[in-house]
Write a protein that binds this ligand. Sequence first.
Ligand SMILES: [Zn+2]
Length: 175
Amino acid sequence: MITFITGPVSCGKTANLLIKYYNMKSRRKEDDIVLITHETIGDMSIKTRLSDKNMKVDYVVSGECDIERDLEKYRYIFVDEIQFFSEKEVLSLLRLSVDRDIYCYGIKTNQYGELFKGAEVLLRYADDIVNCNTQCSRCDSEYANCSEKIVPDDREIDIGHDKYIPVCKKCFLRM
Ligand SMILES: [Zn+2]
């Protein structure tokens, strides 16, 4: 089974990931659980605003990785920043998910409201999709589900959580 837990920046996805990952690790033998991310983020640890501690990931996906071969020994796979995974990489995870539980955390759309590739492929096939909202940074809405870039017109900058703010649909579309 593969689950997509998604929402804008600052909605608590990463905190949820770490809580679930640690809870599972404390209940089970540790070597059947793995935490992975993508090399695109440029930093091989996971940060959350709720803690000063950075969590080191167990496995970093890059173009040369054979995900299916390397991860087949695990029963539970936690994936951070799924939006940066390529179609091929997400399809590898989908094949693994036939007899494993995979939890993918990430953002659906960029600052233009366009789907990220990894999110797009996962949305097609995910067995379950969990949407997280947070407070809009521009108004009182409790339903921020878009990410607005604070530095405009620079498509080269990847999602860096300090450069984006969560906004509601109304503020995102400037309605
Ligand atoms: Zn708003």
